[in-house]
Design a binder for this molecule. Structure first.
Ligand SMILES: C[S@@+](CC[C@H](N)C(=O)[O-])C[C@H]1O[C@@H](n2cnc3c(N)ncnc32)[C@H](O)[C@@H]1O
Length: 262
């Protein structure tokens, strides 16, 4: 009965999007993603370290070094969750300020999920601004930010094009866009081991450390549905960014894409 109702809803839906390996009506995705992050928020930082063996720290450090936060800038960490990237940005900008002076950088963490923001604030405010907002409709005026980063967030959004269009809208001319996201292995020979790790070890770890295998299964599946490096670079160009390029980390497990709002 429930299955038949679901099939009818799918048929009536104007547009479907991926939710892990499932296709669901587009309007259902925000609620399903919210439920995932509500469940994982308290254990989110711990699980990141466990799943990546601490590698996510190196990838985030490399992304922030490339973004090169400067004193006095307004920098957005969109889908910023617990502010893990924003803290690195703030620290980098503060070091630059010690060397060359200037005003403090304003670093804003924006995330749609209250639980993730709450978990972040429990780690300490650290001079960050925290805003509950949708990456697809940012509560910011046009051309108001110097740099924008979205780390491991865009694949959770229902409309990637809308996220990119918003990034383009809020960046000033000369503004820098960065996206850190899981991507496609550049060495296909490693895909067997990678699949085994992703589909067996990560959900088991999620169950053990966060009491939740399903949320981590979704996270792994959502990675496989996300566009590969070249296709995503093309989407960034289509959104109006220039000089688009990317760099692979860990052989393509993760990729940093960037582009300029000229
Ligand atoms: C995997 S976490 C990444 C958090 C952080 N950027 C990091 O790297 O540690 C993904 C985040 O995306 C957020 N998110 C999902 N959909 C969003 C949307 N439409 N707008 C803003 N944030 C969203 C989730 O609430 C979650 O905090």
């Amino acid at each position: 009965m429930a299955a038949r109702r679901y099939v009818r809803r799918m048929a009536a839906a104007e547009e479907t999007v991926s939710f892990g390996f499932q296709d669901i009506p587009k309007e259902e995705k925000p609620g399903r993603v919210k439920a995932v992050f509500d469940r994982v928020a308290r254990r989110y930082d711990l699980m990141n370290d466990a799943m990546s063996g601490g590698l996510h720290r190196l990838w985030k450090d490399a992304a922030v070094a490339k973004l090169n936060p400067r004193p006095g800038e307004t920098i957005l960490d969109v889908a910023g969750g617990t502010g893990d990237v924003a803290r690195r940005i703030k620290a980098h900008a503060a070091r630059a300020r010690t060397r060359r002076g200037g005003a403090p950088a304003e670093v804003i963490v924006l995330d749609i999920n209250h639980e993730m923001l709450r978990a972040g604030r429990r780690r300490g405010e650290d001079g960050l601004s925290w805003v509950c907002a949708d990456a697809q409709a940012l509560p910011l005026p046009p051309r108001s930010a110097d740099a924008y980063i979205i780390a491991f967030g865009i694949r959770n959004c229902a409309d990637i094009g809308a996220v990119l269009a918003e990034a383009r809208r809020v960046l000033r001319p000369g503004g820098r866009f960065f996206c850190l996201e899981f991507s496609r292995l550049a060495t296909p020979g490693l895909s067997g081991a990678y699949d085994a790790y992703s589909f067996s070890v990560i959900p088991a770890m999620g169950k053990l450390l966060a009491g939740d295998a399903d949320s981590y299964r979704y996270l792994v599946e959502s990675i496989r549905r996300f566009p590969d490096q070249e296709r995503f670079a093309a989407m960034i160009r289509e959104a109006g960014f220039q000089r688009v390029a990317y760099e692979n980390f860990a052989g393509g497990v993760c990729a940093l894409h960037w582009g300029w709002a000229l």
